[in-house]
Design a binder for this molecule. Structure first.
Ligand code: NAD
Length: 351
């Protein structure tokens, strides 16, 4: 099964690490290093089966290849999962993980992801140089991610309504955590009407109060009347069940894996809804940790995230002229970058 999946996705290397002393079990997937060392966060989750962990890390690492290539970064795609309950995490456990990363010799650089923290990265940095997102780094990437999402969203607005001005628009944001709340602030500053929704009611009400926003129950978020739907919470929210409910002209948000399946990009196009590929619009986080890796500043990272607006415009134009989805246009752009540096064909970004 591993070999079949690796071959189908085009992975270079998948390493399974076990440390009996600390109980650590981790899988590091290096998808493609044609453009540079692979970079991607370490996700810690109590996966129910080994197959579930493997499938997750193979998919996530492949997506990182596309995210880096489409963002014009000289980096490849990689990702790691640690199979554990977050309560099992200890300093020794994290350090053992750092030593394992070191053994990969810099082909994989790790960073923060679900259930791993800046403190964990600091412990890893004691064991290896191949880590970013430490306390000595460029700080929380989320505001830069929010800014990239805002600029990408405005490019979609321009393509749809002929202006980047959002002051006549209503935007519904699903999830007002770090990225969603930053996006809400930028939209309000630019005169948009913003409606927020979050399964964490207190967080939702706090953000709504701070910026004077409307709120909507999470169960009703898809059918809420708006121009732009901005998913900034979890993946898989655009699917067979939700697409018929959408009233918006644009889906553009910061969440990873917004589409449940790749074919949902076509389903949105058929409904005349413009979909901003998640890995293009939310690349501000990767751009920030990549800047840390190359020794660039936070200002450099912000400038690159702002350029996501122009990148999105180019991809929308390409999708129109090639009569395809913006997701396919982004995939083609990423593949061309990689294939110009290698003879190997690159499989598509998602199933
Ligand atoms: P976060 O944990 O700060 O916020 C997520 C918010 O979504 C929380 O308030 C949570 O209560 C809410 N939420 C979760 N499930 C929900 C649901 N089903 N309906 C409504 N609300 C729900 O996370 P974040 O850092 O803001 O990241 C948000 C998304 O953006 C994630 O998909 C993440 O992978 C992606 N992303 C984040 C960054 C970054 O720089 N933080 C970069 C790239 C991508």
């Amino acid at each position: 099964m591993v070999h079949q999946q690796m071959a189908a996705f085009g992975h270079e290397q998948v390493t399974h690490f076990v440390d009996e002393e600390t109980g650590l079990e981790a899988i590091v997937a290096i998808h493609d290093t044609t453009l540079g060392p692979s970079l991607g966060g370490t996700r810690l989750l109590p996966y129910e089966t080994h197959d579930a962990a493997l499938t997750d890390v193979l998919r996530l690492s492949r997506a990182m290849t596309y995210k880096a290539a489409a963002s014009d970064l000289d980096l490849g795609g990689g990702k790691a999962v640690i199979v554990a309950d977050p309560t099992e995490k200890t300093e020794d456990f994290v350090r053992a993980y750092g030593r394992m990363i070191d053994r990969l010799g810099g082909h994989y650089i790790t960073s923060v992801d679900v259930n791993t923290s800046v403190t964990d990265m600091d412990h890893i940095a004691d064991e290896t140089d191949h880590v970013v997102g430490t306390s000595a780094g460029l700080g929380d990437p989320s505001p830069i991610t929010s800014r990239g999402v805002f600029e990408g969203l405005r490019a979609c607005v321009d393509a749809t309504y002929g202006t980047r001005d959002v002051s006549d628009l209503t935007v519904t944001i699903q999830g007002v955590g770090k990225v969603g709340s930053g996006l809400a602030e930028l939209l309000v500053d630019h005169g948009a009407d913003v409606i927020v929704s979050d399964m964490h009611e207190e967080a939702m009400n706090d953000v709504a109060r701070e910026y004077g926003l409307g709120t909507v129950d999470p169960a009703d978020v898809y059918r809420t009347d708006c121009d732009v739907f901005a998913p900034c919470a979890v993946g898989g929210v655009v699917n067979d069940e939700t697409i018929p409910q959408l009233t918006c002209d644009i889906v553009a948000g910061g969440a990873n894996n917004i589409l449940e399946r790749r074919e949902h990009a076509e389903a949105l196009l058929e409904r005349d809804i413009l979909y901003a590929p998640d890995y293009v619009i939310n690349a501000g986080g990767l751009i920030t940790v990549a800047a840390e890796h190359t020794g660039d500043s936070r200002e450099d990272a912000l400038a690159d995230a702002i350029a996501i607006g122009d990148r999105m415009e180019e991809l929308i134009d390409r999708a129109e002229s090639e009569e395809t989805t913006v997701l396919e246009a982004a995939d083609r752009y990423a593949r061309e970058r990689i294939e110009s540096a290698t003879d190997e064909p690159v499989p598509q970004s998602a199933d």
